[in-house]
Write a protein that binds this ligand. Structure first.
Ligand code: ASP
Length: 439
């Protein structure tokens, strides 16, 4: 039988009513055998995620403040779920242990990880599934990086002895036995790791949206959902800021060739978005897959006659940025000009020093920095096959009265990136969307 690994995000497990929905989804398909759970998320817009409460509780204990009332609020999040589900389950011992550990200066990661730990205990009980603690199957190296092979071995062995199980997301264990978490949103990574170890046919990632949309809904009205996207397209779109899935969640399943299906717990019939290695069997409905924009960029423009003949010019410019720990986003160049696109926030407070260092290093004719740049990426595997896509993109932008400051097409023909004024981003994004998507 096929195995599916299903991960539920915090907003899908925030209260008892969500647990019921989750159970219905899991039980509807017996191949949904391994469930990865997040900590309870927000129940409404004014609510606080349990993970954030745990971080705060840790800080309070650290500052020797009294955590009694605050911890009781965290405990109540779980107790109300248990009560509302009518479960016969006593977690008092667990809660006391955790509170004590936080008071006695357990690590910050330990505190945060208890959010998924407790939620998974409850979900396992509710589903009648085994509970596998992530600390016995997910390992980190001494230097804090994820120990992929050790984890895969241990996880595979453990899963082989359990037909149905719940595994808490977000954390694992260091060689010295202390708990360590992934970065925020890291339960997505756990799901991917479990899917790889289980040799799953599918990794379902259940959240509160019906997959990826072709454009930012705050910019374009009612954008269409993306039915299928390749891993590479997704990398391009998420780099530009489309976030539904943790970036690092892609790698374990990508290498194993397991597709990810983003689904909506509140709309379980919707097909969501399929993330696949190659989309040969899933034909594109349109030339472009998605549009994404990124604001808050600055461009450093360096001019020097005969720059192209000067060996090591580019390297020396980039070395200066490296010295200041600034990474560059894009590097469009002319014959005697070089432009480096960087995040404005990364140069804030030291732009004069950086410009002076570049001047000393390469003695340019001029070096200036301009703020207020936005990049707009038009991404689509369908571009390779269709002619004239770039022309359509540029026409749409100029018909919207927007000036293009920079153009960059990846040689893989997977994307076209244009640099425009930040204030023009909305108009340009809408114009491109309308050009390619005709209702
Ligand atoms: N609960 C953790 C967070 O809020 C991890 C996750 O939900 O994926 O970041």
């Amino acid at each position: 039988m096929d195995i599916k690994v299903v991960k539920f995000g915090g907003s899908s497990l925030a209260a008892a009513e969500h647990f019921r929905r989750v159970a219905a989804i899991v039980k509807a398909d017996p191949s949904r055998r391994y469930v990865v759970a997040s900590a309870p998320g927000k129940r409404n817009s004014g609510d606080v995620k349990v993970t954030d409460m745990l971080y705060q509780c840790y800080e309070m204990a650290h500052n020797r403040e009294d955590i009694t009332d605050f911890f009781a609020r965290i405990a109540e999040r779980y107790n109300s779920i248990i009560r509302d589900l009518g479960l016969d389950f006593d977690i008092r011992g667990e809660l006391d242990y955790i509170k004590n550990a936080i008071l006695h200066h357990s690590g910050r990661d330990f505190a945060a990880s208890r959010g998924e730990y407790l939620n998974s205990l409850i979900l396992a009980k509710y589903l009648g599934f085994a509970f596998i603690d992530a600390e016995s199957v997910i390992y980190f190296h001494e230097n804090g990086t994820f120990d992929e092979e050790h984890t895969n071995e241990a996880m595979r062995e453990e899963l082989a002895s359990r037909s149905y199980a719940v595994i808490p997301g977000f954390y694992g264990v260091m060689p010295n036995g202390t708990i360590k978490t992934f970065s925020r949103g890291g339960s997505d990574i756990t799901g991917s790791i479990v899917a790889r170890a289980a040799e799953a046919s599918l990794y379902e990632n259940w959240t509160d949206v019906s997959g990826f949309l072709m454009a930012d809904p705050r910019v374009v009205k009612n954008p269409r959902p993306i039915r299928t996207v390749t891993y590479r397209e997704l990398r391009e779109l998420s780099y530009m800021g489309a976030t539904v899935l943790h970036e690092d969640a892609i790698f374990p399943v990508r290498n194993a060739g397991i597709p990810i299906n983003i689904r909506n717990t509140n709309e379980p019939e919707a097909p969501g978005t399929m993330i696949v290695a190659t989309a040969a069997e899933y034909d594109t409905q349109s030339v472009i897959t998605g549009i994404a924009g990124k604001k808050g960029l600055s461009v450093i423009t360096i001019e020097k006659d005969m720059m192209n003949a000067e060996i090591g010019f580019g390297r020396r410019v980039l070395e200066v940025l490296e010295d200041y720990d600034v990474s560059f986003e894009h590097l469009p160049s002319g014959v005697d000009t070089m432009s480096v696109v960087v995040a404005t926030a990364a140069i804030e407070g030291r732009r004069e020093k950086i410009l002076a260092a570049i001047s000393r290093s390469v003695r340019p004719d001029s070096v200036v920095v301009e703020d207020g740049l936005a990049l707009l990426a038009v991404v689509g595997r369908g571009m390779v096959k269709s002619k004239g896509t770039a022309a359509r993109v540029f026409d749409a932008i100029s018909n919207a009265g927007v000036n293009i400051r920079m153009i960059d097409q990846g040689s893989s023909e997977l994307n076209i990136i244009v640099g425009i004024e930040e204030n023009d981003l909305g108009a340009a994004e809408n114009a491109i969307y309308r050009e390619f998507i005709k209702d």
